[in-house]
Design a protein around this ligand. Structure first.
Ligand code: SAM
Length: 287
């Protein structure tokens, strides 16, 4: 396997392919072969992975899903305490990443046992790496909310989010999401990454507006990750510019509160400092 001895009395979080079966690492394969128990999301799905790699399931495949994560944790802790090697996988990619697994890990750690990993594929990192967008800082949003209001809230937050934004999307919803996003952030760059590592792998890159138009004119299938550029840093406006904008607003009869709200929205400046400036301008006028 590697220089490390085969682990015992431990939970191993093992990544599996997100499409191409050849992406199972030799170390992951060896762990799946040696494990005393393999907890997986869907036993039928994992049986396919096992048979593709010539691994015998030998009754070791056990189901772990969001509804039994706590009870499975109790079994896993007992096994680890007995010195067994327990492996945790999900249907695809890295367990615990928008998949079951995080609670089990927290319980095993909480019980004082070792948790380690054989890392490997995850759709987020794969998508980010081919997006062509900045990868130095990013934020992972999982799946967006289904309700229009929840999604609108996410888009509003992203107006000022400087990090690259990554989220999972379904083929049924991706066009609607991009069309909605085009109303808020039309000029941001985006990469819609589809079917990574599979036969029909494709990356659509462009502005949100361009990609929304491309998607609206075609059928979309397969698994998708969206990578969206973060807010570009803009130079802070000079104090004189903020002062002038506030004066204009106050002279039109706006209250201090409304003038501040207007200027903060327009120039993207900090509310606190702008408020203090607006109060001093109003006081000067009164004097
Ligand atoms: N744990 C997984 C991981 O590490 O990538 C993610 C699980 S999440 C339930 C499944 C979602 O990941 C899919 O709906 C899709 O958005 C994305 N995904 C999985 N495989 C993909 C692939 N080959 N290409 C693009 N996106 C993929």
């Amino acid at each position: 396997m590697s220089e490390q001895p085969a682990p015992r009395g431990q939970l191993m979080v093992v990544a599996t392919p997100i499409g191409n079966l050849g992406d199972l690492t030799p170390r992951a394969l060896a762990l799946l072969e040696r494990a005393d128990a393999v907890y997986c999301e869907d036993t039928r799905h994992s049986r396919t992975l096992f048979s593709a790699h010539g691994i015998s399931p030998r009754q070791r495949l056990l189901a772990l899903h969001e509804h039994n994560e706590m009870s499975a944790s109790v079994d896993i802790i007992e096994r680890v305490a007995r010195g067994e090697l327990v492996v945790l996988i999900s249907d695809a990619g890295t367990p615990g990443i928008s998949d079951p697994g995080a609670k089990v890990v927290a319980e095993v750690v909480g019980a004082g046992f070792d948790v380690s990993t054989a890392p490997g594929p995850t759709a987020i990192i794969g998508a980010l790496s081919v997006s062509g967008l900045p990868t130095d800082r990013f934020v992972m949003e999982g799946f967006l909310g289904r309700k229009a209001g929840e999604r609108a809230q996410s888009y509003e937050t992203w107006r000022r989010e400087p990090r690259t934004i990554v989220f999972y999307e379904s083929p049924q919803r991706v066009t609607t999401t991009l069309v909605e996003l085009a109303r808020v952030l039309p000029e941001r760059r985006v990469a819609v990454v589809r079917e990574l590592t599979k036969l029909h792998e494709e990356v659509l890159r462009g502005t949100v507006q361009d990609v929304a138009t491309q998607l609206a004119n075609r059928e979309v299938q397969g698994e998708i990750v969206v990578v969206l550029e973060g807010a570009r840093a803009v130079a802070a406006p000079a104090p004189e510019v903020v002062r002038r904008a506030l004066r204009e607003s106050l002279s039109r009869g706006a209250s201090v509160r409304d003038a501040v709200a207007e200027v903060v929205e327009e120039l993207g400046v900090a509310r606190r400092e702008t408020y203090a400036l607006a109060v001093s301008l109003r006081d000067d006028e009164v004097r």
